[in-house]
Ligand binder design. Structure first.
Ligand code: ATP
Length: 361
């Protein structure tokens, strides 16, 4: 069993800065966990402590039930995949992939078998005799993965493994990593600053900010029930819209207009003793064209369109509101059918806002 457990793990660097503060994390055997957060939030430092590349200042780290705080990286039986791939340029793909096994003095026939099996899984068989310089970025990335796989480690630790690839290849490799992880069933901790990767790859996502864990949960849980404004704004693309509002007898008076609360949201706010001044979070898909509304009778807002952005499959409609611009993805039909695309900026439109999330100020 290769569960990874962090208890009160803190990292203080010699200059006194604290990069990771009192992190508790319980990763189950076979689980795929993503550490996500903005630059400098401490996710790589956390991964490096699990790998043994950074000392742990305080707290306990267990891998497969053993306390490993004082074990060297090679004694932890984990395999790291770096953003830079860290391949040896003078070695062929075959030699690169077999390298950790050669270091571990595994016999040649076993190495050859394992390398060939990993190459098959990763679709690299035809490249085994090439040097890294003669491979594409995606192929190099797969060699780095292969080098981790041949060791059959207790866990994979991956630090932004896709960030050197172009957007299309990143999407392809994302699917491949996800498939591979499910097939191998190896506990995996994956660091990224890309919330789309976090949402699509992991069983659970750990959102970090300034060295602190903000929330841990399944992707859908973080999306639907963010614990605070940071998580609400970080998870989701385009980002959640925030508008300030005043709560008065079950109505939110906002710069967008009055938003009526449904019973469930009203009760939840009462239970939490919500203050009068609140911040309302509206997902971009929480709006509907009033004329096409699936459930008529919601609060109708009149908004003025600032900018239309067409991404092919989606249209982002940005409209002005006091306190900042608001974005929706749900007016596409309106944009195409009513000629809004031609009218463009300045067109007044009636839309319906559904309150999917109301966040306490
Ligand atoms: P990124 O996405 O930019 O890689 P990150 O979330 O992985 O960011 P870390 O690399 O873990 O962030 O760094 C966390 C904090 O610790 C940052 O403020 C960083 O400047 C600081 N830090 C990292 N290494 C050291 C070091 N050796 N000495 C002092 N501070 C450090």
């Amino acid at each position: 069993m290769a569960e990874i457990v962090l208890e009160g793990v803190t990292k203080r660097f010699p200059d006194g800065s604290v990069a990771v503060k009192d992190v508790d994390l319980d990763i189950a055997d076979g689980e795929f966990v993503i550490l996500v957060g903005p630059s400098g939030c401490g996710k790589s430092t956390t991964l490096n402590m699990i790998a043994g590349l950074e000392d742990i200042t305080e707290g306990t780290l267990r891998i497969g039930g053993r306390v490993v705080n004082d074990l060297a990286p090679k004694e932890r039986d984990v395999a790291m995949v770096f953003q830079s791939y860290a391949l040896y340029p003078h070695m062929s793909v075959r030699e690169n992939m077999g390298f950790p096994l050669r270091l571990a003095k595994v016999d040649k026939a076993t190495i050859a078998g394992k390398v060939e099996e990993a190459a098959r899984v990763l679709d690299l068989s035809e490249f085994l005799d090439r040097k890294p310089a003669h491979l594409s970025g995606g192929q190099r990335q797969r060699v780095a993965m292969g080098r981790a796989i041949v060791r059959d480690p207790e866990a994979f630790l991956m630090d932004e493994p896709l960030s050197n690839l172009d957007a299309k290849l990143r999407v392809q490799m994302r699917t491949q990593i996800s498939r591979l992880q499910r097939r191998l069933g190896t506990t995996t901790v994956y660091v990224t600053h890309d919330q789309t990767e976090a949402m699509t790859l992991g069983d659970r996502v750990v959102v970090m900010r300034q060295g602190l864990v903000q929330q841990i949960g399944a992707p859908a849980h973080l999306y639907d029930l963010p614990r605070n404004l940071f998580v609400a704004g970080f998870i989701g693309s385009p980002a959640m819209n925030f508008v300030g509002a005043v709560l008065e007898a079950g109505v939110l008076r906002s710069p967008l207009g009055d938003l009526l609360l449904d019973d469930r949201t009203r009760r939840a706010l009462e239970r939490r003793n919500a203050p009068r001044d609140v911040i309302v979070g509206l997902r971009p898909e929480a709006f509907e064209d009033a004329a096409l509304a699936r459930e008529p009778g919601g609060p109708v807002l009149t908004v003025t369109v600032d900018v239309l952005e067409s991404l092919g499959s989606d249209v982002y409609v940005h409209f002005g509101a006091e306190g900042g611009p608001v974005t929706t993805t749900e007016l596409e039909e309106l944009a195409t059918d009513s000629g809004l695309r031609d009218t463009g900026a300045g067109a007044a439109q009636q839309i319906v806002a559904r309150l999917d999330a109301a966040t306490r100020a």
